[in-house]
Design a protein around this ligand. Structure first.
Ligand code: DQA
Length: 148
């Protein structure tokens, strides 16, 4: 079976994982998460392109350019989850199946985090399992693509 091409997007401040609020996000670094993602992607016959950006416009451009190039998008929009109409619109307009992930459970945190602008345009959302959210999200995304 042909390899599934997946675009993985890490949003703002996720480059600081490991040092950033470890009581919330854990001690696993982004490099370690990416290593684990690549490991399971080999088992699941997927090819990953992984990008981290602190810039909303860059994330919008990546999503827009993913049409026709990727079978799916795995995204942790981080703080843009709660603010970005632009990222939401890009996901809608590119039509590439997207799974949203979060390390923390946003509903157990401050009220301003309780609303995601991304969830209504994502195929599904996985949150609250730390670094494991990404691995579960990748598996779920690949299952979904296989079914479609
Ligand atoms: C986050 C949750 C967001 O509210 C926050 O702004 C982040 C990380 C998470 O993975 O738990 O940067 O997306």
């Amino acid at each position: 079976m042909k390899k599934k091409k997946i675009l993985v997007i890490h949003g703002p401040n996720l480059n600081l994982l490991g040092q950033r609020e470890p009581h919330i996000y854990g001690r696993t670094t982004l490099a370690e998460i990416n290593r684990q993602l690549k490991k399971i992607s080999r088992q699941l016959n997927a090819a990953l392109t992984i990008v981290q950006s602190n810039y909303e416009g860059k994330i919008v451009d990546l999503i827009t350019a993913s049409k026709g190039k990727f079978h799916g998008i795995l995204i942790n929009p981080a703080a843009y989850t709660h603010t970005s109409v632009a990222i939401r619109d890009a996901i809608l307009s590119c039509g590439v199946p997207t799974v949203e992930v979060h390390l923390s459970n946003i509903y157990c945190r401050e009220e301003f985090r309780h609303h995601s602008l991304i969830s209504p345009v994502a195929k599904g959302t996985i949150m609250g399992f730390g670094a494991k959210s990404y691995l579960l999200g990748l598996e779920a995304l690949l299952n979904l693509i296989d079914l479609s």
